[in-house]
Design a protein around this ligand. Structure first.
Ligand code: GLU
Length: 457
């Protein structure tokens, strides 16, 4: 009798999920990335909704997929040739059930409403998983920082903040960095915000250490990803020690993931930028990568000037042809498709840890899971960055700062807690070892319960 009822509950939940998903697709036409992020989460929620029909009765999914607010604005600025340029700025304030909107700003030519909404939607559950009081938001611009002078970056970010300041504040919405937005951009934005509104340290995170930033924030996303994967490996009698690791990207997330993996005894054999990848079976020199990308702002192929024995291959997607034990995609969304996933599996990959946001397509995730590859999904594995951002907010409120060791220890604890809540939630809903279901279910329940407590808002 019970199983008949269970089956009926699952059917009802599945129908509800499909109905809301179809609504999302028809109401947000041609926003493919947003649809993909919604689908990934919704597929995990069927058993949760079957067990807790109150979420369906309360229309939680319909409410959750609709941002509380989405602002889009003109960002005019003048380039070094005195030519007027116009970019488009965005901020999505997706969900404030758990606290002020929190999430990064991305400056990249691919930025549009779909990208910002997929990132903002993921951020809701990611932030919930950290256990900290932060809601979900995201923003950015289609501005391309590549090849721009320092003065151009400053003029653009000042213009961007001259509009964005109206919507943000330490208790309202707290942006941070993401692709194309690092310490330099946060510094310029903070300076401009201060001219308009005064010194409110907690309005942005990822600030410089000298003016309210937190130690270990720079390292947090990469370190956090490796801490999470390390937990997953240990749980399966594996380890970083002696393993061969491929890390895509060469930005902030990638650099600190490489550093921590190396510290734990791995050999990092390849990393990339949007043009191509470098490979050295003896292990990459991460200092050179960091100097090239962060100080000299050069391309990854210039690594060969310092290390002529390494190999450079044009085309970043081919990095997944490099055989490895552990792959850490830390570049961008959909960088591993089904074909790349199948190659990684064929070459014997044992674990994937997503440092970037949504780097694997739905088909790639399915391929990993079908083949028994351990899979650490982005919203759990890369939550370390935003978690330390929330620690930065806490330090700003207290007007004090913790040591590197204190913040790093808190980060390690947070990542371990996220891992165990994902494992527990996966078990509870009958998907043992499936961290995609675990992360989605655990994050969703926190947000959904808070939404119910706060009424229909
Ligand atoms: N952009 C990062 C993320 O995707 C960090 C956000 C933050 O620190 O607020 O989570």
């Amino acid at each position: 009798m019970k199983s008949v009822m269970d089956a009926k509950g699952l059917d009802t939940a599945e129908k509800y999920v499909n109905d809301v998903y179809n609504l999302v697709v028809s109401r947000n036409p041609s926003e493919d990335e947003f649809h993909q992020a919604v689908k990934e989460i919704f597929d995990s929620l069927v058993p949760v909704l079957a067990k807790h029909p109150e979420y369906m009765e309360q229309g939680i999914l319909e409410r959750m997929v609709e941002p509380e607010r989405l602002v889009m604005f003109r960002v005019p600025w003048v380039d070094d040739n005195h030519k007027i340029q116009v970019n488009r700025g965005f901020r999505v304030q997706f969900n404030s059930a758990l606290g002020p909107y929190k999430g990064g700003l991305r400056f990249h030519p691919s930025v549009n409403a779909s990208i910002i909404k997929f990132l903002g939607f993921e951020q809701i559950l990611k932030n919930a998983l950290t256990g900290q009081p932060i809601g979900g938001g995201k923003g950015g611009s289609d501005f391309d920082p590549k090849g721009k002078s320092d003065q151009e970056i400053m003029r653009f970010t000042q213009s961007f903040m001259t509009e964005l300041y109206k919507y943000i504040g330490p208790d309202a919405d707290v942006p941070a960095g993401d692709i194309g937005v690092g310490a330099r951009e946060i510094g310029y934005m903070f300076g401009q915000y201060k001219r308009i509104r005064g010194n409110e340290a907690g309005v942005l995170t990822g600030k410089g250490i000298g003016y309210g930033g937190s130690l270990a924030r720079t390292e947090a996303t990469g370190y956090g990803c490796v801490y999470f994967v390390d937990e997953m490996l240990k749980d399966n009698d594996l380890s970083f020690e002696g393993s061969k690791v491929v890390v895509s990207g060469s930005g902030n997330v990638s650099i600190y993931a490489m550093r921590k993996a190396k510290e734990l005894g791995a050999t990092v054999v390849a990393c990339s930028d949007s043009n191509g990848y470098i490979y050295d079976e003896k292990g990459l020199d991460i200092d050179t990568v960091q100097r090239l990308k962060e100080v000299e702002r050069k391309r990854i192929k210039d690594y060969l000037n310092d290390h002529p024995d390494a190999v450079y291959v044009e085309g970043c997607r081919d990095i997944w042809t490099v055989p490895c034990d552990i792959a850490l995609p830390c570049a961008t969304q959909n960088e591993i498709d089904e074909e790349s996933a199948a190659l990684l599996v064929k070459n014997g990959v044992k674990a994937i840890g997503e440092g970037a946001n949504m780097p694997s397509t739905l088909e790639a995730i399915e391929c990993f899971q079908k083949n028994g590859v351990l899979f650490a999904p982005a919203k759990a594995a890369n939550a370390g960055g935003v978690a330390v951002s929330a620690l930065e907010m806490a330090q700003n409120s207290m007007r004090m700062s913790w040591s590197f060791e204190e913040v790093d220890a808190k980060l390690n604890d947070i990542m371990k807690n996220i891992y165990s809540s994902c494992v527990q939630a996966a078990d509870e809903y009958g998907y043992q070892g499936n961290l995609v279901v675990g992360a989605n279910a655990a994050g969703f329940r926190k947000v959904a319960d808070a939404m119910i407590s706060q009424g229909i808002v």
